[in-house]
Design a protein around this ligand. Structure first.
Ligand SMILES: [Zn+2]
Length: 349
């Protein structure tokens, strides 16, 4: 936070040296004000100070609109206000060295960033250098499964849709492959399979102990291999089904990011937004049906709500009450309001 404030002070002083701006149309002015206020760190305190931005508010410069953002060497969940994970950073040639060619890249917002409102204009090739440095498709570009090896070092395995036999015997990697295999065997899982086979996209799958989600900022699926979802109508989906839901978001984003963001930013009274409506009413139903989690005319849910439950396995939708209860006890200990869940999942006797 200190660093952020320092940065703002720095920006303020830089802005003084700008010459006066040319006449803006009313819409442009309104748009600028919106962009500036989106980066106002004092909004929640009710202050509206003059915020200086390098593009004079033309581009969003402060916050990524995704729920997980990367700040320095850690990822931060902006909604839950917790640190999600750490990444190992090159320290020899990092910002820490203050080498001008490294530090200065953050002072040059992407001129086209206005077309990608959900991206910070300071991102580099959508945080996805492998995909954009090599757009020819000559190198294999598939699903990258990230895991920690026995020395707790980050490793990755590239899944091409049919190279399971070369996969490391790592628990998380095997869980992803089990889920993929379970879904395709049951006649679903098309989204994850197409991500694996598509040479033009590179989606990461990484482990989380929280709700599974797709982050467009990292083009990554954060998947909880133990976490299923129980909905308001009592339907439970297995972690494998949840993985396919997130894979569908990833397919949506990678096939046409503009339409993806349009849907994401279109509110939907029933399913939060149009992207969730697309996935929940689409692949979520066919996957849950194929995996035997709903039957006949049953639907998984008619809204976007769902509680994380720990199930008996990657492909199981049977709730493990003890583990689920312990999960919520941990959240409770960390100050989350989970009384309802604690009551609901309290093990019988
Ligand atoms: Zn979703």
């Amino acid at each position: 936070m200190k660093k952020l404030l320092l940065f703002i002070v720095l920006l303020c002083s830089i802005s003084l040296s700008f010459s006066q701006e040319k006449e803006l149309s009313k819409e442009e002015k309104e748009k600028r004000e919106r962009n500036i206020q989106a980066g106002n760190p004092f909004k929640e305190f009710g202050y509206k100070p003059k915020i200086a931005t390098l593009s004079k508010g033309k581009y969003l410069e402060f916050h990524d609109l995704d729920s997980i953002v990367k700040i320095g060497s850690f990822t931060f969940h902006v909604k839950r206000k917790i640190i999600n994970g750490y990444s190992q950073e090159e320290t020899k040639y990092s910002e820490a060295t203050l080498r001008p060619e490294i530090v200065s890249r953050w002072f040059s917002p992407d001129p086209l960033s206005d077309e990608f409102p959900s991206w910070s204009p300071y991102n580099f090739v959508k945080n996805n250098p492998l995909r954009f440095i090599d757009p020819t498709g000559l190198a294999p570009e598939d699903i990258i499964i990230w895991y920690k090896d026995e020395n707790n070092k980050s490793q990755s395995f590239t899944y091409t849709g049919n190279n399971e036999s070369n996969a490391p015997k790592n628990k998380f990697v095997q869980s992803v492959l089990d889920a993929a295999c379970n879904n395709t065997t049951n006649g679903s899982g098309k989204n994850l399979q197409s991500l694996a086979e598509n040479k033009n996209v590179k989606v990461s799958v990484a482990e989380t102990s929280e709700n599974s989600m797709f982050s467009s900022a990292q083009n990554a699926i954060f998947w909880n291999p133990e976490g299923g979802t129980e909905t308001d109508n009592g339907t439970v989906r297995s972690p494998a089904s949840v993985l396919e839901h997130e894979a569908d978001h990833a397919v949506g984003y990678n096939s046409d990011s503009k339409s993806y963001f349009d849907r994401l930013n279109s509110p939907d009274s029933q399913y939060s937004n149009k992207e969730e409506r697309r996935v929940i009413t689409g692949s979520e139903q066919t996957t849950a049906r194929a995996n035997g989690e709903i039957s006949g005319k049953q639907v998984t849910r008619r809204n976007h709500n769902g509680r994380l439950v720990i199930t008996n396995g990657v492909s199981s939708n049977a709730i493990n009450r003890k583990k689920t209860y312990n999960y919520y006890k941990l959240l409770d200990a960390n100050g989350y309001q989970v009384n309802k869940e604690l009551k609901k999942y309290k093990p019988k006797n």
